[in-house]
Design a protein around this ligand. Sequence first.
Ligand code: KIV
Length: 272
Amino acid sequence: MSTAKKEYKRVTVKSLVEMKSNGEKISMLTAYDYSMAKIVDAAKVDVILVGDSASNVMAGHETTLPITLDQMIYHASSVIRAVERALVVVDLPFGSYQSDPKEALRSAIRIMKESGAHAVKVEGGDEIKESVKRILAAGIPVMGHLGLTPQSIYKFGTYTVRAKEEEEARKLMEDATMLEKLGCFSIVLEKIPAALTKKVSEQLTIPTIGIGGGKYADGQVLVVHDLLGMTHEFNPRFLRRYMNLYEEMGNAISNYVKDVKSLDFPNDEEQY
Ligand code: KIV
């Protein structure tokens, strides 16, 4: 079993590559607000992702497509104010980097300048190569994201496992190699077969971070609301829930309602 091999006061993009070469698995979790980021950072999660999944879990949209650059900057700056140790990576939202490399750079610069984030994440391979190059050339660290890329959900049609067929697996491997060559510091592999994750992770020197990619990834990422069981309608096979906060929070809030209605709250000690 892999455990922490070195104490990191502050996790950097270099630390992640070092963790991979030391055989230490990388932990990554999402956070979108100050209070959650404080808890996640204090628990020594290595990387905090301000994911565009905020569109789903914070705003209630069906997909990640509607969230805007301004909204991502708002979430990212709230997270940054809480974090002392973790590397904070922020998703470039749909529409902010695909059409034009100059626009991609402008979007990435806004995230870095206005939120204080440490790196950005983009979805896709060859199609966004010029945008990735442009962002990297400005000295902004970039994390890739291949496999199931939720910003392309309308192209895929479903959230099922990607790259099961040889042709798509071959393209994924080529894209991963290309992203490493360009200078990306890590790549998220979402919902692909474990055997393919193994192959990609062995081929690359930069770390892979899996979500539904199996045990061979160099690190793992989950959406924090899923891990804590705050969401309860989303049940993919890859998700391990560590709590059932949906139920616990619901019970706590029902008890509060009951106490207010029955005049039990506030009592004599709870008033001035
Ligand atoms: O937005 C997000 O939360 C993500 C993770 C699922 C990797 O991209």
